[in-house]
Ligand binder design. Structure first.
Ligand code: ATP
Length: 269
């Protein structure tokens, strides 16, 4: 139970098309992870094209790193295992060696598999000198040893995908094991518009609703911020209806909600 999720590929419920923008990230993941898993025969000759053992996704919070990891597993037809760095180091002061062995042998059994390590900095962060907890240090060393111990045959089918908001906290030993690093940036206005279109695809919005002007008005918002904004805006017509019912103005048995206006979003900011 140090693993927060184990999901087979058909049950993850997220694919690349559900993720707005981030096209370059998706292309990179396709080349680095999906192709080697789906077409291993293309990567078995010579030395230049070797599948990578590790990829790091880094960037601000809420930009879709976890979502990308899940969708990657769907697209690669791989199982998905998720662990959280801070949970591992804070809860498991016990036998680091047993724990990592269990994790890696479990992963081998589930291969092809994506092992997603969220907050990878807290598990594999820079050595904390004298202040570092002994258990954290042992866990990290065991994790790296088990990772190095993956036979190259396995590495084609077991991918460690780390995510962090604090890439500068990772030390050289970790950076070396995550040779492919992909920056997941905050969306610009055009990309915010693409993300908003996904969230609003099934919503009842006013005719002529201008997604681009909402995108322009949400500078600095992450994908996650945009989703929260949409949820808050979608609640406004519900709240209005409830208020009307309370005042006794409406007692429709099948009440209809008014469509969402741009103002609902602006007021919810
Ligand atoms: P953190 O670094 O805080 O863990 P994260 O980068 O892993 O964040 P996610 O957890 O993947 O971010 O994103 C949170 C939620 O925001 C997602 O479940 C999804 O609903 C939404 N989201 C973020 N980015 C996108 C996007 N590009 N397209 C669609 N939804 C998105």
């Amino acid at each position: 139970n140090f693993i927060s999720a184990v999901v087979p590929p058909g049950e993850i419920g997220v694919k690349f098309d559900d993720i707005g923008a981030l096209e370059e990230v998706k292309t990179a993941l396709h080349e680095l992870a999906i192709l080697p898993m789906k077409r291993p025969e293309l990567f078995s000759r010579g030395n230049l094209l070797r599948p990578t053992k590790g990829i790091l996704l880094f960037g601000p919070p809420g930009t879709g790193k976890t979502l990308l990891a899940k969708a990657l597993a769907t697209e690669a037809g791989a199982n998905f295992i998720s662990i959280t760095g801070s949970t591992l180091t804070s809860k498991w002061f016990g036998d680091a060696e047993k724990l990592t062995k269990a994790l890696f042998s479990f992963a081998s059994k589930l291969a092809p598999v994506i092992v997603f390590v969220d907050e990878v900095d807290s598990l594999l962060g820079a050595r904390g000198g004298g202040f570092e907890h002994e258990a954290t240090r042992r866990m990290r060393n065991e994790f790296m040893a088990a990772w190095d111990g993956l036979r190259s045959k396995d590495s084609q089918r077991i991918l460690i995908l780390g995510a962090t908001n604090r890439p500068f906290d990772l030390d050289d030993a970790v950076i070396r094991r995550l040779p492919r690093r992909i920056y997941v940036d905050l969306p610009d206005a055009d990309n915010r518009s693409k993300i908003l279109k996904i969230f609003l695809a099934k919503e009842n919005v006013e005719p002529g609703f201008d997604v681009q002007s909402l995108a322009n008005a949400t500078e600095g918002y992450s994908g996650s911020d945009l989703k929260n904004l949409c949820i808050a805006a979608a609640y406004r017509p519900v709240q209005e209806l409830l208020d009307e019912e309370k005042k006794g103005k409406s007692c429709d048995t099948t009440p209809t909600l008014r469509p969402l206006s741009l103002d609902d979003f602006i007021q919810s900011k």
